[in-house]
Design a protein around this ligand. Structure first.
Ligand SMILES: [Fe+2]
Length: 296
């Protein structure tokens, strides 16, 4: 069962236990998240110039739109300001910054009416991040930058928290992916030919859960939760931010969600940095996750 808890008051360790079991947390906007929203909007609106970013897809050639995102997204991801804003968010949500590690934030877009659903604006089919070499203790933090509705957010398929699905993760090796496919995202317009883990049997998308946070509202869920992009029929491009978080004690102890079906190779743990001082994940901890995932 997946519970959606609104603004729970328990501490981070208790929150992680809930997340690993499949619960979803949603928090209201706060000073630190609104600062992140404001910064993101500045970058986005600067990139789109006179156009409303949420409606620009109706005025732009799709190749120009993809090229704009291909320049904007990395600029956001690697902007030094993000490295100040994210720890502030984590601190405000009760994380111990000396034990909490995060990956760079991603700026995501979901265009309306199938305008651009591949490559740089990839529409995610149902997946778990753990099929892509995320550790079982990863939590995902997701926040809308402009108002969202139930027809342009993302969906959870909670029954699969405890039920495995045949999937392509056995062909996925994170080190190999880094060497080859990742840099090519902007080239994939119309059709995305990169081999990414997908379900290899029919998935029942319903019942599904869609959480619609306010602008700056933060939704937190396990990286092992099956989730997908909702087909966007809202008439607006959705802009959201998400980032991944792990607690180093859970990494060291091997705590986390139960692996029901991931068989990928390698680990994303080397992408994570300590929230207090941006120190890298200790190599010996990451190395322990380098092998092939084995479902229990
Ligand atoms: Fe995901």
């Amino acid at each position: 069962m997946t519970n959606v808890l609104s603004n729970p008051s328990f501490d981070d360790a208790t929150r992680r236990e809930h997340l690993y079991r499949g619960d979803v947390m949603v928090y209201g906007a706060s000073p630190s998240t609104l600062a992140l929203v404001e910064f993101t909007r500045e970058l986005v609106e600067e990139a789109f110039g006179d156009l409303d970013p949420q409606l620009a897809q109706y005025a732009m050639d799709v190749h120009d739109f993809a090229a704009l995102l291909a320049e904007l997204k990395p600029r956001f991801i690697h902007h030094p300001r993000c490295k100040e804003l994210l720890p502030a968010v984590l601190s405000e949500r009760g994380c111990d910054l000396d034990r909490t590690y995060f990956d760079v934030p991603r700026l995501r877009t979901s265009t309306s009416d199938d305008y651009l659903t591949t490559g740089i604006a990839f529409a995610f089919h149902p997946h778990r991040d753990t099929w892509y070499s995320a550790p079982m203790c990863q939590t995902n933090w997701w926040m809308p930058v402009y108002p969202v509705t139930s027809d342009n957010v993302m969906a959870f398929h909670p029954k699969y928290m405890t039920q495995g699905i045949a999937n392509g993760s056995y062909r996925y090796d994170y080190a190999e992916w880094n060497r080859t496919s990742r840099q090519d995202a902007a080239k994939h317009i119309g059709r995305d030919t990169r081999d990414q883990p997908t379900p290899e049997e029919p998935v029942e998308l319903d019942p599904q859960v869609r959480v619609v946070p306010e602008v700056g509202g933060m939704m937190v869920f396990s990286g092992n939760q099956l989730h997908s992009s909702v087909p966007n029929t809202s008439g607006r491009t959705r802009f959201s931010i998400d980032f991944r978080v792990v607690d180093i004690d859970d990494v060291a102890a091997g705590r986390g969600s139960v692996n029901v079906d991931s068989r990928c190779t390698g680990t994303t743990l080397r992408d994570f940095h300590r929230a207090s001082d941006l120190a890298p994940m200790p190599e010996e901890l990451a190395a322990a996750y380098d092998g092939v995932a084995v479902p229990v």
